[in-house]
Design a protein around this ligand. Structure first.
Ligand SMILES: [Fe+2]
Length: 315
């Protein structure tokens, strides 16, 4: 139990006691021998508002970042090959191992929940390394052997993110590949599912790596079905027309999404356009997962850590 958690609970308890005290101040002030400065309903409001705000802050810093939900998404693509209908992809990202709430037990839980979904393939879209406050740094040689337990009949694939390259992309890649996770850095690979074939194209991170999008896609034989993987969704407008689907992450869905306002942090040149979820532009599909960990500030509010089970169907 961290010191900040104890302080937060103490503050909330103090506010709750104050509110309880104000509600009980009935029938009136004479009992206390003096006249309160403000009417009772004002005093109760003054106690209730900070308590509600305090509970919301507590939720955002201590409860929601520690949750883990499974989100089921279906994307329908025109001309998607019939033999690949109902392709199931588990999409994970931004694990930020060692960051707030992402200890070794949480990694094992992520692996267990993912395997229970029985996906055809698993993709992990970068930012394995922690880069924010809270938690303690976890080295690739520690988290990669835990991720080795991911199970999918057609394999586990990854791309690297900005935090991985700021730490040392080659070391992260080495640890992942030593544990059965194939990393695609401007590389392509055919994947066979139930007798049909599609290609994964792993595209390098926009912020930290040179970009070779067209050349990478051109290395795939024509008329092949392609799913592109990358960390940062801002490359979506540059994607060659023959790629029907791009999977990305990085934004954390804004990490904090306020009612009526939406995401407050947008690490994107396109504002909220690619911040989260399914986007269709000119017949191309983009899916952005809001990921699992936190970055910079260990808070999530209305953007719950998620494992996505994506089903790709023919439209
Ligand atoms: Fe990132």
């Amino acid at each position: 139990m961290s010191l900040s958690f104890v302080i937060a609970v103490a503050v909330l308890a103090g506010l709750a006691l104050f509110l309880f005290h104000e509600i009980r101040r009935f029938p009136g002030p004479k009992k206390w021998g003096h006249t309160p400065k403000w009417p009772k309903r004002i005093r109760i409001a003054l106690a209730t508002i900070p308590l509600i705000l305090g509970l919301l802050v507590f939720w955002g810093f201590f409860i929601e970042p520690n949750l883990l939900i499974v989100r089921h998404e279906t994307i329908q693509i025109s001309n998607w090959p019939t033999p690949l209908n109902d392709l199931k992809i588990a999409v994970l990202a931004d694990i930020h191992a060692g960051g707030a709430f992402i200890d070794q037990d949480k990694l094992r839980l992520i692996v267990k929940r993912t395997n229970e979904l029985n996906p055809d393939v698993i993709v992990i879209l970068g930012d394995f390394i922690s880069g924010g406050r809270g938690g303690t740094k976890m080295e690739p040689e520690v988290f990669a052997p835990i991720l080795k337990d991911f199970k999918a009949p057609e394999g586990v694939y990854a791309v690297l993110g900005n935090h991985d390259w700021w730490y040392g992309g080659n070391r992260v890649r080495g640890a992942l590949e030593a544990n059965g996770i194939r990393v695609l850095e401007d590389e392509v690979l055919p994947v066979n599912v139930r007798g049909a074939t599609f290609w994964f194209a792993g595209l390098a991170d926009l912020w930290t790596r040179p970009q070779h999008i067209a050349a990478t896609i051109d290395s795939i034989p024509v008329d092949q079905t392609i799913i592109a993987l990358t960390h940062n969704p801002d490359i979506f407008p540059q994607l060659p027309h023959r790629v029907p689907l791009l999977l990305a992450a990085h934004t954390h869905g804004g990490q904090v999404s306020l009612p009526f306002i939406g995401p407050v942090i947008e690490p994107s040149n396109y504002g909220q356009r690619y911040v989260r979820g399914h986007v269709v532009e000119e017949g191309h599909h983009l899916f952005v997962t809001s990921g699992i960990g936190t970055s910079i500030i260990p808070v999530r509010f209305r953007v719950t850590p998620e494992i996505v089970l994506l089903t790709v169907k023919r439209q």
